[in-house]
Design a protein around this ligand. Structure first.
Ligand code: ADP
Length: 499
């Protein structure tokens, strides 16, 4: 096992990885931008380095600086978390060239799965069902028209280098196809530096169901069941759960085996996820995410397996100790992503200082967060502040538990998505698990309903009274830390605690 690892990330995932490292007896080196000086992941790490100003390009994306700090501190491995550098093959090559271990898959596996047309070819060869469409990028608008006619409308134009729903266009007829092709290519070029676009059949109202995988370097690849992620807004997941209410054990085994085959087709190692579209008992490969995902805790709760610890253990060369039959599922887990967005105001990002934070607790409740009272939420990073995850024997009980936990959560200082989540938990179709990826388009009332004003107002008044005290406390924490220069000062936890 490693003595020390560097965590090249921030927020809740950095803290999550630090916790896993500490439970394994591994030291954790954090990095932080100037905007994150008081972030919980900085305080939780054993050592922390400031790597630059708030913009990611000048801090969390500075590959050379991250590698330099890892070597300087004696860290043997780098955990990338998700986002940032987690799926950048050149970074992984640089990490390896520096004699360090990258906690994740090989750069070749990432490249094969990162290009959607290449990924389709690989998994088709491994016998994995994909949505009907093209395997190669389209040459021009005229070819797009010919292929769309063959596949049959509606079709979806997709960026080969795509991610985050960018460069995607639904096309319902011949009249729109050429314009949509030009627009998707332009958008893909601007977003990914690669304008390649291909065609898939557009499925009406499928579910998004994904399979969690764990693979070691000794030939074992296991699936850890599925997550239902159909509650999405603009292709961004907001609520995830495990298991999916629609899969039979037979379908779960079939999807799991298919996901394992997809991972093996690229020699995958570590934790990864294969995403599928599911409709009427049929499922189709969508893409593979070659990293730990935001929604991994729901799988951890139903399997009892710590995915982040196993990422580290597999990277250190350990073998997975289970067979597929040894993976058993207990109960039901739900995750709500708590974002600093105002659902009453079109999900506009909300910024400000967190004046007060009261976190839910009690049976079956898990809080994975990157914030604390006093933390300043800005616009430099993703608006996800935290994840609230619950576990209960049944889905109905998990929903009731989530309502209870959401009701205990108080965040004062920024608007959050909490009122939205509360409305979903009460919505009859959600409660009956009647879901598909259009859920939020067909249930607009849960998106834009009004907040439970009186309660929020009460919390706001209480919060205002606490602002001054919180600020004073955070200032004293600040004073207790030796001043951290841009790349120089690194602090020792024991040192600042003893002051
Ligand atoms: P990205 O990598 O940009 O996130 P994905 O291929 O993962 O793109 O697709 C994102 C979302 O778009 C999916 O979760 C699903 O909601 C929708 N989607 C993708 N492909 C199709 C399809 N062929 N038919 C219907 N919906 C689709």
């Amino acid at each position: 096992m490693f003595n020390k690892i560097l965590i090249a990330n921030r927020g809740e995932i950095a803290l999550r990885i630090i916790r896993a490292a500490h439970e394994l007896g591994v030291g954790a080196v954090a990095v932080y931008s100037e905007a994150d000086r008081l972030a919980p992941h900085v305080l939780a790490a054993d050592e922390a380095y400031c790597i630059g100003p708030a913009p990611s390009a000048q801090s969390y994306l500075r590959a050379d600086e991250l590698i330099r700090i890892a070597r300087q501190t004696g860290a043997e491995a780098i955990h990338p978390g998700y986002g940032f550098l987690s799926e950048r093959a050149p970074f992984i090559r640089a990490v390896r060239e520096a004699g360090l271990v990258f906690i994740g898959p090989s750069p070749e596996a990432i490249e094969a799965m990162g290009d959607k047309t290449e990924a389709r070819k690989r998994v088709i060869a491994a016998g994995v069902p994909v949505v009907p469409g093209t395997e190669d990028a389209l040459a021009d608008a005229a070819q797009a028209r010919r292929v769309a006619a063959e596949v049959g409308y509606p079709v979806l134009l997709k960026a080969a280098a795509g991610g985050g729903g960018k460069g995607m266009r639904v096309v319902r007829g011949d009249a729109e196809i050429e314009g949509a092709f030009e627009a998707a290519s332009r958008e893909a070029l601007a977003a990914f530096g690669d304008g390649s676009v291909y065609i898939e059949k557009y499925l009406e109202g499928p579910r998004h169901i994904e399979i969690q995988l764990l693979a070691d370097r000794h030939g074992t690849t296991l699936h850890l069941g599925e997550r239902e992620c159909s509650i999405q807004r603009r292709h961004q997941k907001l609520i995830e759960e495990a298991p999916s209410a629609v899969l039979t054990p037979g379908q779960r085994a079939a999807m799991g085996a298919t996901a394992v085959a997809a991972a093996k087709s690229v020699g995958y190692e570590g934790a990864g996820t294969v995403e599928f579209l599911y409709r009427n008992g049929e499922f189709f490969f969508l893409e593979m995410n070659t990293r730990i995902q935001v929604e991994h805790p729901v799988t951890e709760l139903v399997t009892g397996i710590d995915l982040v610890q196993w990422q580290i253990r597999v990277a250190a060369g350990e073998a997975l100790p289970w067979t597929q039959d040894g993976i058993v599922f207990h109960g039901h887990a739900i995750e709500c992503r708590i974002t600093s967005e105002d659902p009453a105001n079109g999900f506009l990002p909300s910024v400000g200082r967190i004046a007060m934070l009261e976190v839910p607790a009690g049976p079956g409740v898990r809080w994975d967060s990157g914030i604390a009272a006093g933390y300043e939420v800005g616009l430099s990073y993703d608006p996800m502040l935290a994840k609230l995850i619950v576990h209960a024997p049944t889905r109905a009980e998990a929903i009731d538990r989530m309502k209870r936990a959401l009701g205990e959560l108080r965040v004062v200082g920024v608007d959050t998505s909490v009122p939205f989540h509360l409305r979903v938990m009460d919505e009859p179709d959600f409660r009956a698990a009647r879901l598909d990826i259009r859920y939020l388009e067909t249930h607009e009332q849960v998106l834009f309903g009004t907040a439970p004003d009186e309660e929020l107002l009460r919390a706001a008044v209480l919060g205002a009274a606490l602002i001054e005290e919180e600020t004073r406390t955070r200032r004293s924490v600040l004073r207790a830390q030796p001043s951290a220069g841009q790349t120089s000062g690194w602090k020792n936890r024991a040192e600042w605690r003893s002051r």
